[in-house]
Design a protein around this ligand. Structure first.
Ligand code: CMC
Length: 434
């Protein structure tokens, strides 16, 4: 962190003593006011529910400029990474800070491939779930359970343990997601195959059966790999902050990532892709493009409680760069699969066209986010809606681990412990005659 020449002055209207607060500069983006000594100096806390103006940590992994609609992983623009790299390049980059050279890439791919199988007893554990359980409920349980199977990589003070648990998590997530899917179908799990790519292997574990092989289609594989790249990290979002907060207590890496999975499930976060596709399907069933105007009126009417899912973002106040790439991928996949007249894609394009011209959305700077088109791509590939958030969790695992590792390597790291503005009853006695 670089100290700025500028200082912040905090004064009080009741004549209390003013205090000076240090300001730190980042490489790009807003400066921060350091309030760590504020309580000691004034006896006051700051109040910022939802972290609207609070930097919870220092990080050098991912940068978002919400006004420009820019997303950088370790300084590289997301569109360049999506064009020239595969998901494991991006994983290496997020974990290590630089893109791998040929030897590093071969070694990293080898390490990940070697760890894709899960302990056989995890299959027994899986059988304890109901077959109709939501895949995110199953995944939260399976990821948390990894702590019970891999004790040899849970010493968080040991960098080698941290490395192995990172590799294990990235490698095993596709296996776990595919296991959850197969279980819901009542089909046996398909074991990973080491001669396939990370994404090709996942597709095969999802769609092959013991009696029928699955031929991996290049366009589909590339599209899913791109979905993974676009979801790999997104700085201090709700699930990443959850992983950091949970991990700050010193808990096992698998437990911290399970907390991230649980947080991601919510419809305002990772669950939005599922909600966006459901919204499109419902609208299609109720009149499609002809009813878009009526639907938009409902969205704008706050009392209806209806939101345009896949639109709006806490940080992006411009087009989400991931949405642009996703729209492009959507066209490619639909064409490759002969689905270019897909009614949901047409409906999504029409909703987007109307929203981008409507003062309600323009004034509030609401643009499509990554989830607006990713559901259509996944549906075309054959992934069921209920599994969308699990795919997001698979991809985000590397971001969670990179951020967790960064936190543990920071010499200033402390357990996360927010304070509060208490508005309950002051101390009182329990009545004697209740
Ligand atoms: N449809 C209709 N109105 C909206 C929408 C929407 N999708 N999003 C925000 N608004 C309105 C909201 O009603 C509010 O209006 P007003 O100022 O008149 O009260 C204004 O825009 C600001 O909204 P907010 O809820 O205060 O904004 P936020 O930053 O707290 O919420 C959000 C961000 C993503 C939760 C929200 O935009 C939303 O619910 N979007 C739909 C769900 C969605 O697509 N989520 C995926 C996010 S991207 C994936 C990820 O990175 O996790």
């Amino acid at each position: 962190m670089q100290l700025s020449d500028k200082k912040a002055m905090l004064s009080f209207s009741d004549g209390g003593e003013s205090i000076e607060l240090p300001v730190y500069k980042g490489t790009v983006g807003p400066d921060v006011i350091d309030i760590r000594k504020l309580y000691g100096q004034t006896g006051m806390f700051t109040y910022d529910p939802g972290f609207l103006a609070t930097a919870s940590c220092e990080s050098s992994i991912t940068y978002i400029d919400g006004d420009k609609g820019e997303l950088l992983y370790r300084g590289y623009p997301i569109d360049q990474l999506a064009e020239s790299c595969d998901f494991l390049d991006v994983c290496y980059l997020l974990l290590n800070g630089e893109l791998p050279n040929k030897e590093q890439k071969a070694d990293f791919d080898g390490q990940i491939t070697y760890h894709t199988m899960v302990h056989e007893q995890l299959h027994t554990f899986l059988r304890g779930f109901r077959r109709d359980a939501h895949p995110m409920a199953v995944l939260t349980g399976l990821v948390g359970a990894l702590s019970a199977f891999y004790h040899d990589s849970t010493d968080i003070t040991n960098p080698e343990h941290r490395h192995i648990s990172a590799i294990r998590l990235i490698a095993k997530m596709p296996t776990l997601v595919a296991m959850a899917y197969k279980y819901s179908l009542g089909q046996p799990s398909i074991y990973p195959r080491n001669d396939l790519t990370y994404t090709g292997n996942f597709l095969r574990m999802m769609f092959a059966t013991p009696c029928e092989e699955y031929e991996v289609n290049d366009v589909v594989e590339r599209a899913l790999d791109r979905i993974f790249i676009l979801h790999a990290d997104h700085e201090q979002n709700a699930s990443t902050s959850t992983v950091r907060l949970c991990g700050s207590s010193g808990t096992s890496p698998f437990a911290a990532i399970a907390a991230g999975v649980a947080c991601l499930w919510g419809p305002a976060h990772g669950g939005a892709n599922e909600a966006a596709l459901q919204m499109l399907e419902e609208l299609q069933a109720n009149g499609g493009v002809a009813k878009v105007g009526e639907f938009m009126n409902k969205v704008k009417d706050k009392s209806s409680g209806v939101r345009l899912m896949g639109f709006g973002h806490r940080v992006y106040k411009n087009y989400d760069p991931r949405a642009r790439l996703m729209q492009e991928t959507c066209k490619e996949v639909l064409e490759a699969l002969g689905l270019q007249n897909d009614p949901l894609f047409k409906l999504a394009m029409e909703l987007e066209r109307i929203a981008l011209e409507d003062p309600y959305f323009v004034e509030r700077k609401l643009y499509p986010n990554v989830d607006f088109y990713s559901g259509i791509v996944q549906r075309a590939i054959g992934i069921p809606t209920s599994l969308f958030t699990a795919i997001f969790a698979l991809a985000r695992t590397v971001g969670w681990i990179a951020q967790w590792n960064e936190m543990l390597s920071d010499s200033d790291y402390k357990i996360g412990r927010p304070r509060q503005l208490y508005t309950g009853s002051p101390s009182r006695d329990v009545p004697a005659n209740r």
